[in-house]
Design a protein around this ligand. Structure first.
Ligand code: APR
Length: 269
């Protein structure tokens, strides 16, 4: 594990422009090479170069007049199930068209190389890390390609096994077990994260030697607490994001670049 750190105090982040940028990347590469346990914590930005809009990008087209924070809630769904179902159907179609990019592939290759434990903890619901080949993936906010019963009568798997809801023209289709509407199996605003997944993510964050944070504004809790947990556990914190994030001031290295550009060189052998 890299050197112990002073207690949680504001740290002047390492420079990230010009020649200093190479030094920053070199330092971060060394930490990621030496680390025995690494958590890669990602948000919507890691999928941006796969063509999936980040959550806080203004919604475009038909959805520009809706607030995602209203659509992505149980109350929003109950108020207009067809509208919210249609919004998710469009996002599912965008996800199906999207392909993992070089950054996703670099993360999967880094894990496959072996010699260390790598856990990907993502806030994304697009499944791109798994499609890129990452194996240890914790999806804190669920999976947009899965559905579950609005009244909680059945597990997503049993519903997928029970009937092919994807071809069903009803918006939303009824649960095959109880007839209540089906809903996306994602965590909506105001809902709890899946307990076991969050506990596993917190354990991995507390125990890691390095946390690579990619493409998250780190604003939405409890996921946003994970970098703090890692720092408390003595981990090096490396942030890859073209813009400022809420955890920049506790980062050991900030790499101001898009994920598909920065990750292949950062994680190369
Ligand atoms: N590469 C890396 N980072 C990028 C890129 C890119 N190509 N493009 C944008 N970003 C960064 C942005 O600068 C921003 O910091 O990705 C981050 C995206 O932030 P958000 O849109 O807030 O997404 P996220 O942090 O994942 O949101 C967290 O909030 O709305 C809820 O449940 C939703 O999971 C989501 C959670």
């Amino acid at each position: 594990m890299p050197g112990e750190h002073e207690p949680m105090k504001r740290r002047s982040p390492v420079a990230e422009t010009g020649i200093a940028a190479d030094a920053v990347v070199a330092r971060a590469r060394a930490w990621l090479r030496e680390a025995g346990r690494v958590v890669v914590f990602t948000g919507a930005g890691v999928s941006a170069e796969s063509g999936i809009a980040t959550f806080r990008d203004a919604l475009t087209g038909l959805w520009a007049r809706f607030d995602p924070q209203a659509l992505a809630t149980e109350a929003g769904f109950r108020a207009d199930p067809a509208l919210v179902w249609r919004w998710y159907a469009e996002r599912r179609a965008a996800v199906a068209k999207a392909r993992p990019h070089a950054g996703h592939a670099a993360i999967a290759a880094y894990e496959a190389r072996g010699g260390r434990r790598v856990d990907v903890v993502t806030q994304n619901v697009d499944g791109l890390h798994r499609r890129a080949g990452s194996r240890n993936v914790l999806e804190l906010h669920g999976d947009i390609t899965r559905v579950k019963c609005l009244e909680g009568c059945g597990t997503p798997e049993s519903i997928d096994a029970a009937f092919d809801w994807r071809g069903d023209p009803r918006e939303p289709p009824p649960c095959p077990r109880c007839g209540a509407p089906l809903r996306p199996d994602v965590v909506w605003f105001g809902e709890f994260l899946p307990e076991a997944v969050l506990a596993e993510a917190q354990r991995a964050a507390s125990a890691c030697d390095a946390m690579l944070v990619v493409g998250t504004s780190a604003l939405v809790h409890p996921a946003a607490e994970l970098p703090m947990l890692a720092r408390r556990g003595g981990a090096r914190l490396i942030v890859v994001d073209p813009a400022e994030t809420a955890i920049d001031d506790i980062a050991d290295a900030r790499i101001r670049a898009p994920a598909a550009v920065a990750l292949p060189s950062l994680l190369a052998e």
